[in-house]
Design a protein around this ligand. Structure first.
Ligand SMILES: Cc1cc2nc3c(=O)[nH]c(=O)nc-3n(C[C@H](O)[C@H](O)[C@H](O)COP(=O)(O)OP(=O)(O)OC[C@H]3O[C@@H](n4cnc5c(N)ncnc54)[C@H](O)[C@@H]3O)c2cc1C
Length: 371
């Protein structure tokens, strides 16, 4: 095998969960990495919403990245119940539609999860406050050159590497994906905590969705007595003026997530609605699979490694994006061409099965690459 004087280098655009997970996985695969992130510094105690539900596979992957795997439990609460109820406000009654008592998830606050992974990385690899601008690939496809702007000094920098990883979220500027689908409101409630505890005696144990006509809410507890409460509504895209309003994006699945020396991961590869709690789980799995493919095939087979990553992840993420969209449309009482409108007050138990997170395609699949 050819002796290399230097390690291969990846330039990762985006330092959120997908970007830092990728940095971790690629370092473990023997790569040098640089992360270009436009926000000014690592997130610290962001007070807004943002509960992240971690599937057992994500838990296993994140633990494998930590010096002390049990640290994951310090920032998470167990999620053992996944419950959907119909809420009839006029009659003031609730009816259980679907309930899964073996929901083996953990839930973390976004900032805590980000911090846990970020703190395992060498500090100098993340270029905070740098806006990605463009890239170009050399004629022989051996290198990729990325231009970024230092937002503090306006200086333009060039970073040269072997691979560009687009981890810059659902509105990736490495490519343009699009389409606003739904809108939801997410806020943190502190004062009604006790009252919520009475209305939801099992609050600390899982995720509780309340379905009404054309809308639904999701409520669950996070560490340090924080609550994540989300109210999903459908309406035209508004002017984004207040912090608790989040647009929800998805797009038709892409047919490829790699091209030459560029690969897409996380929301940049497959924006997904939040109804099946997948986006973070997908980002973590993408990063882990990419790391393993690069490690197995070596940088001299970069394009084969990217093809393998794509062949493992694309069939899974494609089905999950479409399923999540469908669940969102059902829960919001939106019309679908192949079924009746979902009415939570009259739906049969069979009709409600799709509401369970467990109904997601490939729910418990572990890619052979990660076994
Ligand atoms: C503050 C916050 C709260 C969230 N809350 C929830 C939640 O409650 N539940 C849930 O399921 N998901 C939530 N998410 C989304 C979830 O974390 C992501 O969907 C998932 O982890 C995949 O992340 P990602 O890294 O692919 O994309 P993102 O989290 O969207 O990250 C993209 C990153 O790229 C950076 N970026 C974009 N463009 C550029 C550029 N040109 N140059 C440099 N950097 C760029 C952004 O600043 C951002 O850090 C939240 C995300 C954030 C940031």
């Amino acid at each position: 095998m050819r002796e290399r004087m230097r390690k291969p280098k990846a330039i990762i655009v985006g330092g959120s969960i997908a970007g830092i997970s990728c940095a971790k996985a690629l370092i473990l695969a023997g790569w040098d990495v640089v992360v270009i992130e436009k926000t000014r510094g690592p997130p610290t105690g962001n007070p807004t919403g943002a509960g992240i539900a971690l599937h057992p596979l994500s838990q296993k992957i994140v633990k494998s990245w930590l010096h002390q795997p049990d640290l994951l439990h310090n920032i998470t609460l167990p999620f053992t119940i996944d419950q959907n109820r119909a809420v009839d406000r006029e009659k003031n009654i609730c009816r259980v539609l679907a309930r899964d008592e073996n929901f083996n998830y953990l839930v973390a606050h976004w900032t805590d999860l980000h911090g846990l992974i970020y703190n395992t990385l060498p500090v100098e690899i993340v270029f905070w406050g740098h806006l990605y601008l463009t890239f170009c690939i050399s004629h022989d496809k051996s290198t990729v050159n990325v231009k970024a702007k230092n937002l503090r000094t306006d200086e333009i920098i060039d970073v040269v590497g072997d691979l560009l990883v687009a981890a810059d979220g659902s509105r990736s500027s490495v490519t343009v994906l699009g389409g606003v689908l739904l809108i939801f409101r997410k806020m943190r409630i502190l004062k009604p905590y006790k009252a919520s505890g009475r209305a939801y005696p099992e609050l600390g144990n899982g995720v509780h969705a309340g379905l009404g006509p054309g809308t639904h809410t999701v409520l669950y507890e996070l560490m340090y007595k924080r609550l994540n409460w989300i109210w999903y509504i459908t309406q035209p895209e508004p002017e984004l003026k207040e912090p608790f309003l989040n647009l929800i994006y998805d797009c038709d699945p892409l047919t490829q997530v790699c091209c030459d020396n560029v690969v897409f991961i996380g929301d940049a590869a497959h924006p997904i609605t939040p109804h099946c709690a997948r986006s973070t789980n997908m980002a973590i799995a993408d990063a882990a699979v990419l790391g393993k493919c690069l490690e197995k095939l070596g940088e001299e087979n970069l394009h084969s490694a990217l093809e393998e990553y794509q062949s493992v992840r694309l069939p899974v993420t494609t089905k999950q994006v479409l399923h999540s969209r469908r669940v969102g449309q059902i829960k919001l009482g939106l019309p679908l061409p192949d079924r009746e409108l979902f009415d939570p007050n009259t739906a049969s138990p069979e009709d409600c099965e799709i509401l369970k997170q467990r109904s997601l395609p490939f729910f418990d699949d572990v890619p052979a690459t990660l076994e």
